[in-house]
Design a binder for this molecule. Structure first.
Ligand SMILES: *Cc1c(COP(=O)(O)O)cnc(C)c1O
Length: 497
């Protein structure tokens, strides 16, 4: 069943399994679902389901070609005791805001929600597609994706995973998480350069025909774990339904009542998943898209003009330091379905001038979205306010969304609608900024590992498994290379001949 097509060529149709193994469409587009099955939220079965059962139910609508039993197996392998709470995604209610805690997995960020299950999809899809070559997952990371991908793909049969990260672009905690990764099939390499260098290097290798041939001769093929892969997007739809039914169970809302959804946004993957949930029947009032000072999306949602001709800023919410949000392409497609000509025009314009403008008749379709952004200063004040008012500790990314939600309430006057807010990382992953916010004191005399312990002392929270004793773990991956040597590093690790 070929029920996915490419945003840039609607005749490039694939099954779920083919889409997952390919990652990106060969001509550059992203795969999108042809249809969105309607979920009957009033069906009583839904409020009785735990996370795993709900995931099986929702995902079965996307994994055409796989039996419910198979989907259930993927789900159970992905969401189990590797999460630190029995409820895979717990909710913390602070007045009208309900924090969806998406960070209870092994690497302490919401990327685990998709990257714990993508490897199950990948192994099964390769089998279904009759791919006998070994799949080599190639990833460039600015921090969170790399570790989450490593944790998901380590020790998976028939797969190798290679991660490149910029030596100076990741936090000490993120670096240690990656370079202590176990698993014979893992290869982690630091490159002398920034994230863009790593990402461009990886893209170049993906597009290198000669290298692909060499891989083929060695019975190997590349794939991607980045959020362009449709297999990363669909698992994220589940937790918006889960959050909604949690609110019904807790009597915070009546079933059928509309909620707002607030998401700290970078690549536009997470918030797009909530929009897909809406297309499947989730009752949503407003989507609140929160950015840091890299506010390309805020401007786009307010004007219909996407313009990356601006300075790139580094912030205390680094996972949102992005100018090109790759999943926005899928959102554009949803505004005028199957208009691949439009997508090609917009993407050509972005490539050539760093900018595009939506046609006038589509601009009105942005109205379900509210776009806003915050400075680092406001983010810090927000962390302190939430801590003092609710005794609840949030990380820098989550704080960006909370502040933008508050701005939305002020501007719209909508102080009634209950809101699901995606809490995307554990505060322990960004201890330095969190402690500096709460105490108003710089922490320059402490290293990141001491600060993890200090955050635990200050707040009384126990240190999550993924951040515990990191500095005492054995370093396994110590290679640092020049950008130009990325290919050689891959070739050596894979033993290509
Ligand atoms: C990746 C990430 C984001 C951004 O999510 P997108 O799906 O790229 O919009 C936000 N917060 C954290 C902690 C992240 O790791």
């Amino acid at each position: 069943m070929e029920n996915y097509y490419s945003t840039r060529d609607i005749n490039d149709k694939v099954s779920f399994s083919k889409g997952v193994t390919r990652g990106l469409s060969p001509i550059g587009g992203l795969y999108v679902p042809e249809n969105f099955t309607q979920i009957d939220i009033f069906n009583e079965k839904y409020t009785k389901m735990n996370y795993q059962d709900l995931a099986t139910d929702i995902l079965s609508n996307f994994l055409i070609g796989f039996s419910t039993d198979e989907v259930n197996q993927f789900v159970n392998k992905a969401y189990n005791t590797n999460f630190e709470t029995d409820n895979i995604v717990p909710i913390k209610t602070c007045d009208n805001v309900n924090f969806l805690e998406l960070f209870r997995g092994p690497t302490l960020a919401f990327k685990d929600m998709a990257l714990q299950i993508l490897p199950e999809f990948m192994v099964a899809s390769a089998k279904k597609e009759g791919i006998n070559d070994e799949i080599v997952v190639l990833t460039a990371t600015s921090g969170d994706t790399g570790k989450a991908a490593l944790e998901g793909f380590a020790n998976k049969d028939g797969i190798k995973i290679i991660v490149f990260f910029p030596t100076d672009g990741v936090s000490e905690v993120q670096r240690m998480q990656m370079i202590t990764q176990l698993g014979e099939n893992t290869h982690v390499v630091a490159i002398k350069g920034n994230f863009d260098d790593a990402q461009s290097g990886v893209k170049e290798i993906f597009n290198d025909k000669d290298f692909a041939n060499l891989m083929k001769l060695n019975n190997k093929v590349f794939s991607s774990a980045n959020s362009i892969n449709i297999g990363r997007l669909v698992p994220q739809i589940v937790y918006y339904f889960h959050g909604y039914f949690e609110l019904v169970r807790k009597n915070e809302i009546k079933n059928g009542e509309k909620v707002n959804i607030a998401v700290p946004t970078g690549n536009f993957g997470n918030i797009l998943a909530s929009y897909y949930a809406f297309k499947m029947g989730l009752p949503v009032n407003k989507f609140i898209c929160a950015s840091n000072v890299n506010n390309v999306l805020t401007d786009f949602l307010n004007t219909g003009i996407y313009d990356i001709n601006r300075k790139f800023e580094t912030t205390i919410s680094p996972s949102m330091d992005i100018l090109i949000s790759s999943n926005l392409e899928r959102f554009l497609e949803s505004l005028d379905r199957k208009n691949d000509k439009l997508i090609n025009n917009l993407m050509d314009s972005l490539k050539n001038s760093g900018k595009y403008e939506l046609p006038e008749d589509l601009k009105s379709k942005l109205s379900p979205f509210f776009g806003g952004f915050t400075s680092d200063e406001e983010t810090k004040v927000t962390i302190k306010e939430v801590y003092e008012k609710y005794n609840y500790v949030i990380d820098t990314h989550t704080a960006v969304a909370y502040k933008v939600y508050k701005d939305y309430v002020t501007k719209s006057g909508d102080s009634k609608t209950k809101t699901l807010l995606a809490a995307t990382a554990s505060p322990f992953k960004f201890s330095r900024a969190v402690i500096e916010s709460i105490t108003n004191e710089p922490q320059n005399s402490f290293n990141d590992f001491q600060l993890v312990e200090k955050l635990s002392e200050i707040t009384g929270l126990s240190i999550p498994h993924g951040a515990n004793n990191l500095n005492k773990k054995k370093i396994i991956h110590s290679t640092v290379i020049e950008v130009k040597d990325m290919k050689k590093s891959i070739s050596d690790f894979l033993n290509l001949k």
